[in-house]
Design a protein around this ligand. Structure first.
Ligand SMILES: CC(C)(COP(=O)(O)OP(=O)(O)OC[C@H]1O[C@@H](n2cnc3c(N)ncnc32)[C@H](O)[C@@H]1OP(=O)(O)O)[C@@H](O)C(=O)NCCC(=O)NCCS
Length: 174
């Protein structure tokens, strides 16, 4: 799908922090059940689970987040967090997990790609060699994004979910 809106001027990417809690909460509650499910593998009721927005802004002990802002409203969220993986030989995480979600009205306009670019920079800056994402098997948009960026991705399927692992450097290249 081709982007019809130039989001580079309309949408600004910034690191997320504690002061963004309310805006992120509103963003999460505005997601359609389908989008929520694709990102969180569950839908939300009238409230998000306690602590979720906080953890999405400041994941783990050294992870981080990016928010895409459009006119004072959050239009997208990306996060990265260190995780233990089969590749780890010492007590140091060599893999960062990422997750990305864009507001329904803004999907297909390039925001998700910009968030992934931003996450790739953050992950490279912190020196993680590998990046992982858990996606649902029928999520063809994300599978397309992975295939487009990273040749040699490793796919591990577990029922309806796939864990995709790629070299961090591959994620940067578009
Ligand atoms: C996946 C998601 C984050 C992508 O963000 P986005 O802003 O919609 O994506 P972009 O506009 O940057 O497009 C990324 C690529 O997917 C393609 N694409 C986007 N939406 C598409 C659609 N509905 N159908 C087919 N292709 C699509 C784009 O053409 C683009 O491909 P290209 O790089 O070859 O040009 C967003 O669709 C979303 O929030 N989905 C629900 C949550 C989710 O699946 N999260 C991922 C799990 S971690």
């Amino acid at each position: 799908m081709t982007a019809t809106i130039d989001t580079t001027t309309l949408v600004e990417l910034r690191r997320g922090g504690a002061m963004d809690l309310e805006a992120l909460e509103a963003f999460l509650l505005g997601l359609s059940p389908d989008t929520s499910y694709r990102r969180f593998l569950t839908g939300f009721g009238p409230r998000t689970p306690p602590g979720l927005a906080r953890r999405l802004l400041q994941p783990g002990t050294t992870g981080g987040s990016l928010l895409a802002w459009q006119g004072g409203i959050v239009a997208g969220h990306g996060m990265w967090a260190p995780i233990r993986s089969v590749h780890d030989q010492e007590d140091v995480a060599s893999t960062a997990e990422i997750g990305v979600v864009v507001a329904d009205a803004w999907q297909g306009c390039g925001i998700g790609s910009r968030l992934v670019d931003g996450l790739a920079l953050e992950i490279a800056r912190h020196g993680f060699p590998r990046v992982q994402a858990v996606i649902s098997a029928e999520n063809h948009v994300v599978r397309h994004m992975v295939a487009r960026r990273a040749r040699g991705a490793d796919y591990a399927r577990d029922g309806a979910e796939i864990t995709v692992t790629v070299r961090a450097s591959a994620l940067e290249a578009r």
